[in-house]
Design a protein around this ligand. Sequence first.
Ligand SMILES: Nc1nc2c(c(=O)[nH]1)N[C@H]1C(S)=C(S)[C@@H](COP(=O)(O)O)O[C@H]1N2
Ligand SMILES: [Mo]
Length: 516
Amino acid sequence: MQEIEGVRYLPRSSSAGLRNGVASAVGMLLTMVAGRLWLGVPTPIELAAEWLVPRLPIEFFEAGLGIFGGYAKPLLYVVALIITFALGGLLGAGFEWLLQRTQVRPALLAAAVVAFLILFVGIVYLPVFGQGLLGTDSTSGGARTMGMYAVSFSVFGTLVTTHLLLSDAGSNHTVRNPSRRRFLRRGLVVGRGALLLAVGAPIVGRLLDTVSITSVSITEGMPAAFTPVGTFYNVSKNLVDPRVDAASWTLRVGGLVDEPFELTLDEIRALPSEAKPHTLQCISNPVGGNLIGNGEWVGIPLAALLARAKVRQGVIDIKTTSEDGYTDSIPLAKALEPGTLLAYEMNGEPLTYKHGAPLRLLVPDIYGMKNAKWITRIEAVAEDFKGYWQRQGWDDRATYQIMSQIRVPSADSALRVGTAVMIGGLAFAGHRGIEAVEYTDDGKTWRQAELLPQIGDDCWRFWQVSWTPSNGGTVRLSVRATDGTGALQTKVQAPPSPSGATGYHEIEVDVQEVKA
Ligand SMILES: Nc1nc2c(c(=O)[nH]1)N[C@H]1C(S)=C(S)[C@@H](COP(=O)(O)O)O[C@H]1N2
Ligand SMILES: [Mo]
């Protein structure tokens, strides 16, 4: 037993220290998340992920997509939580361990731990992991990040110390009235719980609203011609997507041009605009997957901005830089195509931040990956610039594969031999359009389906056909499309990486025999 400033410190089990550490880590985590959501300071986990992900081999993604599907990102959040609490627990246990072996006052020891953490972040962590997200166009630089981490660690140190002093270990055992003491302790527990709720609820609320989760699910039912913004798929590399302040945001156009310039959002909105329906699909969409949607976009042609900037001879790519540190490029010829748009409106509303507000790129014929969101800079460059995912091995041209899907009937429909039912779905081949869709119910005979009217040059095409099952039991329906150039969709199955999934979509339905 040792004396700590007149308060007896009773050495206790190391699990108590562990629990103290984990509980205090909650406070630290909330502080970091609040700093992330309100001040734009990236969390340590994001920095590590940003550093690690582009270094992972593409095969890892293929396996990850196969095993976790759309759950890979939620899993990352869970792993981040586990790491945070494990580190908190370790620190808490270590803290108590040191207390038991030294004569140092808890507050002083906590201060030393905090100082150590700050030094570690400044000297090791940020220099190694900070390169990806810090020092980009993102609002938070190294100094702000250091400051925010220092505050978070101090919250941890303060909580570890107060938890300890309020516990048995720090109790003054001369207290005479044990029932009064129990009452006080209970009050403290309730008080701390209430404080946690009051502070934590708004932070967690905003976090849940902000986190970027992609769900890949196999969708049934015919989609609407235009996907509502709320159900339009969402993909980004980020754990937390940027919310750009449109009022202070500008777009810079430069690089190898004669007349670089900068525009505010109001200036962009004042330029001649175009409305255009355009379908986006993620390159990681599996066969039959739902990472595809069609929107009505309003924006300005990229070609108009490039004409104004006067692109010099020898330019190969137009490179985009985004608020989240994402960089990518499209060939100059693609950038000059009339359909290549910088959009600020989606389905009649201002672009939402999830979809890249204030300004995002739409490129005909090219997977979503290269349709950069949250753009801040456009540069003409004299190199074949490798974008964020290209550095990891994903296709640089990324031309849409021909795809088709069956969306109706659903797997659990009641079908009967001899009774006609509508089957239908969608097909997409980027700018090449869809010329024909065929289906088969025996894997051998392909029959023509009816195409619904075209929505736009760069849009998905819906198909349907009346089908009368002739055999009972489990029937396998399959679909394939032909694009506008006459090319037939390949039946060769390929995973999403590196060039987009291929292969025919199939569904199985149960058909009831009818007894005479
Ligand atoms: N700045 C930025 N742009 C980005 C991404 C990103 O992570 N950062 N992800 C890309 C990917 S992989 C896809 S599929 C599309 C998705 O756009 P959506 O979320 O509006 O559907 O955005 C692309 N643009
Ligand atoms: Mo994507």
